[in-house]
Write a protein that binds this ligand. Sequence first.
Ligand SMILES: N[C@@H](CCC(=O)N[C@@H](CS)C(=O)NCC(=O)O)C(=O)O
Length: 255
Amino acid sequence: MMTTRSRPISDEVKATPEAYGGEGAGGAGLPFTALIWGAGVGYNGARPLLLQGDLMLVLRSNPASPFVRKVRIVAALLDLDGRIELSNADTSDQADSLRVQNPLGKIPALILENGEVLYDSAVIVEYLDGLAGGGRVIPADPARRFRSLTRQALGDGICEAAVLLRYEQLWREPAQRSEKWMAYQRDKIDRALAASEKDPPEELDDVGTVALACALGYLDLRFGGDWRGRRPKLVEWLEVFSEATPSFEATRLKG
Ligand SMILES: N[C@@H](CCC(=O)N[C@@H](CS)C(=O)NCC(=O)O)C(=O)O
């Protein structure tokens, strides 16, 4: 059984305009009391009560991030996207308040009305699912739940390896790059794609499928879609997912 946290994650991170780095986050000043989790209610019954006004959450983000995209699509599936304000973060800028909000300096990070900050993307997804009543994008049925969460881990793992490959290009001079290390990361992606090709998801609206779609989208964005040639079933699956999920196209970074 999950218990309800009774004090902020960090007392230093408060819902002040300064904490948001003046990036037009807009969440500051909104009523703290808008959200109260059902006291003493077990995980399955945990349901936030919206007491007053509009709940506004701030998502430190960047349109290129596949992890941010996953959170945005989940929010849209749960009809919570109107309650989330995007605030761009520059992960390489030491002065960006992101590093106060998430000591790891990574996006996405979700700032709640009381100033608490949630990360990483899997935690944010779980929070949003609970906010929407629970059991929506993270199924309640144990068999489906753990299949879905494992697929999320696979999709996120593809993204992690792909992001590391991307950083190798961005952060290292050509002479410093390790071909061996890059091949190690490419193999992870390849094995994960091969497993997904053998067993494409049947579901279209759970966190596992969203994570997989975002991983494929990121490979399209940064690696010219070179996965497509060898993965016809996944190509077809992504088309079906895209048709069924307007927010997938809406969150696609163009150009
Ligand atoms: N496990 C994290 C991964 C997040 C992540 O790696 N985000 C990248 C952007 S796509 C980032 O913030 N990179 C900056 C860094 O590693 O310092 C999640 O699921 O949120």
